[in-house]
Design a protein around this ligand. Structure first.
Ligand code: PRT
Ligand code: ZN
Length: 215
């Protein structure tokens, strides 16, 4: 799971609601669940899909945006990108959107033809633009994507949005949603011992119950 960030509080709360006794110490990478044979690894969210796809961990909670971006990047490099989705969560909702300066005229994706877009998600952006048949160049920024147009680094951006306040504060308008995301639970393709798979099945019953009870 994510160590600290937008997904960590709700992931921890879900695991506790499923009956796991966990005592997560700040400095520890790995914590053992006291009442179940499970170890919890807490890392940057960007590392989670790769850890699952490489079989280093069996399960991962991660945003679909990070998951699909990693999958596309790995596929483009011929690396393993296999996993299965166990269940979409009811938290971590956001959208990956195209946004342009307020004063720019925008009708459809082809309004961006020939432009440069700043993004942390170049593969999702490229996939969308290819589908639309629009040629753009992208400039990779891991943070502060929303200041790129004002700084003269890009004409427009492709970034995560939840309330839209960040875009508004930076003189940008959201013009198109290219990917809708929530947190999701994935499993690697490594074959597990029967008792391990049974434990996962039991956990899934509990996770489904916890999420349904909130609906
Ligand atoms: O340190 P680590 O690498 O683990 O964390 P991180 O900083 O990369 O990610 P974090 O914790 O910010 O986000 C983790 C995941 O939460 C994302 O990958 C998404 O799946 C999900 N999520 C949900 C969001 C948002 N909502 C969100 N609003 N991730 C980022 N944002 C950012 C967005 O990038 C923009 O800067 O919030 C800003 C916009 O918010 P609004 O409300 O102003 O629109
Ligand atoms: Zn991250």
């Amino acid at each position: 799971m994510q160590k600290s960030g937008r997904l960590s509080t709700e992931t921890q709360a879900l695991l506790k609601a499923c009956g796991m006794k966990i005592n997560l110490r700040e400095q520890r990478l790995i914590s053992h669940v006291e009442n179940m044979p499970i170890d919890i690894l807490r890392v940057r969210d960007d590392d989670i899909p790769g850890l699952v796809m490489d079989g280093v961990v069996d399960l991962g909670f991660v945003g679909e945006n990070v998951l699909v971006e990693t999958q596309l990047e790995r596929e483009s490099k011929g690396q393993d990108a296999n996993f299965s989705t166990l269940r979409r969560m009811d938290f971590g909702g956001c959208r990956l959107s195209l946004a342009v300066p307020d004063e720019m005229e925008y009708a459809a994706a082809d309004s961006l033809e020939g432009m440069r877009l700043a993004t942390s998600y170049p593969y999702l952006l490229e996939r969308y633009m290819k589908e639309k048949g629009v040629n753009i160049s992208s400039c990779m920024l891991k943070g502060s994507v929303e200041v790129a147009p004002r700084a003269g680094l890009a004409d427009a951006i492709c970034d995560l949005v939840s309330t839209g306040a960040t875009l508004e504060a930076n003189g940008l308008k959201e013009v198109e949603v290219i990917f809708k995301s929530k947190a999701t639970l994935i499993q690697g393709t490594r074959e597990l011992a029967p008792e391990q798979q049974q434990l996962i099945d039991k956990l899934m019953v509990r996770i489904n119950g916890v999420i349904q009870a909130k609906e």
